[in-house]
Design a protein around this ligand. Structure first.
Ligand SMILES: O=C(O)CCC(=O)C(=O)O
Length: 277
């Protein structure tokens, strides 16, 4: 399939979104999920996903509900992690070796205050600007509006050299209807907004990184292996079970996941090999 055929098959101008993320730091994909899909996922989240009280960056009100480690908690969004449009955009931004860094469900409740502007790649202490290694997606379940705290972003800020930002710097809020997806480069300064409305603002955050970095949430430990074994092969790869150099004693981690043999069956004590010399 040619590149332009592929673009049509995905129903999205992938190159356009990749270009926007690379240049201005963000891009919005409208109608990424339809209303029926959102309703199904929302139901699964409300009925299957335990939530923790983990305060959002720079807020004290406790009025953001969060659930991390979603891959261990529900199968309702596996197809979203694997969506070819999402995969193509992420690979366009950070390259073909990608994995999941964190998955978070959040619900910003009425009365929540604005987060501090932050960079999602701030955990990795390397000089800026740097090649893109993090690409994040935020899917709106509710309409994101100014009054319910739509995400603040500082366009182009992923190209800045500073590791600090003036919290009063000009930002814009990304208003988007339910089902839309906001994507950004991991170095772009952004913050959840203050929810001054009477409505909740729920969204699904999926952070991706290059597969040769340690993810913020340790996916290999976070999801029980019995659960991983049942997943589609591509999702296992996205969780970090990808061959990288030695793999597991020279074997593909997916083979080891299946047979649980961590010592390569072709390995023998030295005398075995000496006898063959
Ligand atoms: O609430 C949002 O729109 C963004 C949330 C965010 O950036 C975060 O919690 O780190």
């Amino acid at each position: 399939m040619s590149e332009s055929d592929e673009k049509v098959a995905l129903g999205l101008d992938i190159a356009h979104h990749v270009h926007e993320i690379q240049t201005q730091g963000y891009s919005v994909v409208p109608n990424f999920l339809d209303a029926e899909e959102i309703a199904k996922i929302r139901y699964a989240f409300n009925t299957e996903v335990p939530i923790t009280e983990m305060r959002a960056i720079g807020t004290e009100s406790g009025k953001t509900w969060r659930a991390h480690n979603l891959i261990a908690k529900t199968r309702a969004v596996d197809h979203v992690y694997l969506d070819p449009r999402l995969r193509a955009i992420v690979e366009g931004v950070i390259g073909k070796y990608t994995q999941i860094n964190i998955t978070t469900l959040f619900n910003t409740l009425p009365g929540e205050t604005k987060q501090l502007l932050h960079q999602d790649d701030g955990l990795w202490p390397i000089p800026r600007p740097h090649p893109s290694f993090l690409c994040n997606a935020l899917i709106a379940f509710d309409d994101f509006r100014i009054d319910n705290g739509a995400t603040h972003i500082v366009p182009y800020s992923h190209t800045w050299h500073d590791c600090n930002v003036d919290q009063d710097v000009d930002s814009i809020q990304v208003e988007m209807p339910s089902g839309s997806m906001l994507l950004w480069e991991g170095g772009m300064w952004h913050a959840g907004g203050a929810n001054k409305s009477t409505d909740e603002r729920m969204g699904l955050f999926i952070s991706h990184q290059v597969s040769y970095l340690r993810p913020q949430e340790i996916q290999l430990l976070s999801v029980p292996q019995d659960v991983v074994r049942e997943m589609p092969r591509k999702l296992k790869r996205l969780l970090g079970y990808h061959p990288f150099g030695i793999g597991v004693d020279g074997r593909d981690p997916l083979d080891v996941l299946d047979d649980e043999i961590v010592v390569n069956p072709d390995a023998h004590l030295a005398d075995y090999w000496r006898a063959k010399l």
